[in-house]
Design a protein around this ligand. Structure first.
Ligand code: DC
Length: 222
């Protein structure tokens, strides 16, 4: 069993930024589970499945084979042999991933992949159900969150800097909708594990969040 760090939290809380930095600092691999759900979502979108087509999610994703590999330490997501890492970061794919991840069969498909990675490697793994469901015995667990306003502002800034035209109110509404779905689904909803450390980054900088998490991890590793 590797040393396992689990980070859960809502969309836009900064999980991936922090998880990447933590992994680099600790010399662990970073496992982005959201990217796996996004790869399945891309497959569904390519098949013409709509967010409302809940009854098609499971059947249409049966022939989606998702694996990951690392190139220069960076996770690559492979969908049926195709590296789709560059195609899954859109709002459309993110919203579809949130919708399709409510399905038990979609979730079951990714469970072993995630657990095996954590068994064989020291990992920082982020997602929605890592501390509660995937790695209930993780060595360190965090619930990283921030206010809806702050998360929307960060996303707006990120998209604007990339030159993507966007609207702050639409981003806020999307985040609220995603929170609602991720937190209230029946299977493995997003919630703070009882033994997770809560980190609210609304008024914290990246360095501060990182330092706070590293302190907790170093205590456990002693
Ligand atoms: O973290 P992200 O935005 O890339 O995740 C996209 C969606 O995938 C998220 O809204 C819900 C789903 N997801 C999940 O259900 N469980 C995970 N462990 C990770 C992501």
């Amino acid at each position: 069993m590797g040393f396992n760090v689990a980070i859960d939290g809502p969309a836009g809380a900064g999980k991936s930024t922090i998880a990447k930095l933590l992994a680099r600092e600790l010399n662990f691999i970073y496992v982005d589970t959201g990217a796996m759900y996004r790869a399945i979502a891309l497959h569904l979108l390519r098949k013409g499945v709509k967010i409302e087509d809940r009854d098609r999610f499971a059947a249409e994703c049966r022939d989606a084979d998702v694996t990951i590999r690392y190139e220069d330490g960076v996770q690559q997501v492979i969908l049926n042999g195709e590296n789709v890492s560059g195609l899954i970061r859109t709002e459309e794919v993110g919203n579809m991933a949130s919708a399709s991840s409510v399905d038990g069969e979609v979730r079951a498909k990714l469970l072993d992949l995630q657990r095996n990675l954590a068994k064989e490697n020291d990992v920082v793994m982020d997602g929605r159900d890592i501390g509660t469901n995937i790695l209930p015995n993780a060595d360190a667990k965090f619930y990283l969150t921030a206010s809806v306003e702050e998360r929307a502002n960060r996303r707006f800034k990120e998209l604007t800097e990339k030159g993507v035209a966007c609207d702050l109110e639409t981003i806020k509404a999307d985040i609220r909708e995603r929170d609602e779905r991720d937190m209230n689904r029946e299977i493995a909803p997003l919630k703070q594990a009882e033994d997770a450390v809560l980190v609210d980054s609304s008024d914290m900088g990246i360095e501060e969040v990182l330092e706070c998490m590293l302190q907790t991890i170093h205590k456990v590793r002693k």
